[in-house]
Design a protein. Structure first.
Length: 133
């Protein structure tokens, strides 16, 4: 693989990590604002201690448990037709590709084809921060 393939894989990994960490921090802030710091730490450590693949279904399920309206709003946000791409599919594909890379498979997509994952990750992280913090 050439340098561009490696950089594309790196961008995909960083984009997926951005969603994962943003979700973790947003959940922590949400719980922390509504309970004692120790409760927030316990919950976040319990949920995220082994990592958290930020698949759309997993995020939505956890958000529904925290606040039904927020979970439903997130699901609708991912399905919103105003995005250039379907965010639910992009997020699901990004996590799958990240897992494939983590298990030794090559990522051969072009840098140009990786940019939508990066853009989506920024938008999703911003949505989570705006709705949970």
């Amino acid at each position: 693989p050439d340098l561009t393939s490696h950089l594309s894989a790196y961008l995909l990994l960083r984009s997926c990590s951005h969603v994962e960490l943003s979700f973790q921090q947003s959940v922590y802030c949400y719980v922390r604002n509504r309970s004692h710091r120790h409760v927030a730490n316990l919950l976040v450590n319990k949920i995220f201690s082994t990592g958290f693949n930020p698949k759309p279904k997993r995020i939505t399920e956890l958000l529904l448990k925290l606040n039904n309206e927020t979970g439903e709003a997130f699901d609708q946000y991912l399905d919103d037709d105003s995005h250039d791409n379907n965010y639910k599919n992009l997020l699901d594909n990004m996590v799958q590709k990240r897992n494939n890379i983590a298990h030794g498979q090559r990522y051969t997509s072009s840098f140009q084809n990786t940019i939508p994952y990066y853009s989506m990750s920024l938008d999703v992280a911003e949505w989570l921060f705006n709705h949970l913090t």
